[in-house]
Design a protein around this ligand. Sequence first.
Ligand code: LAC
Length: 223
Amino acid sequence: MKAFVFDAYGTLFDVFSVTSLCEDLFPGYGKQLSNLWRKKQLEYSWLRSLMSRYRDFWGVTEDALVYSAKSLNLDITASERAQLMDSYLHLATFPDVKPGLEELKKIGMRLAILSNGEPEMLRAATESADLTNFIDAIFSVDSVKEFKPSPRVYDQLPSGLKINKQEIGFVSANNWDVSGASSAGFATFWIQRSGFETPEELGHPPTHCVNAITDLCRFISPE
Ligand code: LAC
């Protein structure tokens, strides 16, 4: 294994760090709004792939926010919408992210991101979270105009990193994303932070399950 490639939203960045702003803007609805927003964001990405109607993830995320507010009967102004969208550029990272990446970098691993995110939003979130020094490359679905779990998304990794598929480990806390990468033939690491998530019934299980990014270095044998 020469490189670990990480999913972004839900794996490095906590998409539910928007919940407190949702609650400030819509008291009593913070949790519901942030949950529905994430659920619809993913649904729209899958639906758009099936419809062959790609729209970048920033647009998909905004559409999902508008839908979610409407469906909860929340009157969202243009400025509230902009505020919530802006929070996507400054998401918090999970506590294991920085120490885990730091450890992997120290032992010489190449580290990259492969995400549904559109390149500019990924760059902004990476910079805002202070991860730029750890991440060697950022790959986005935007280059293939189809969302995960399309195999075309994961297949850009070997040529992008200029290494063999067998030397790449794909890391995600989104179990369906792990299935997608496993199905595309990559070694996969499912980050199960809560430890009790149900594995997908999609037939392509993770190669390894770990509790945190800080557990990944034990899979690397010293040279
Ligand atoms: C991503 C999705 C899975 O970052 O959130 O690709």
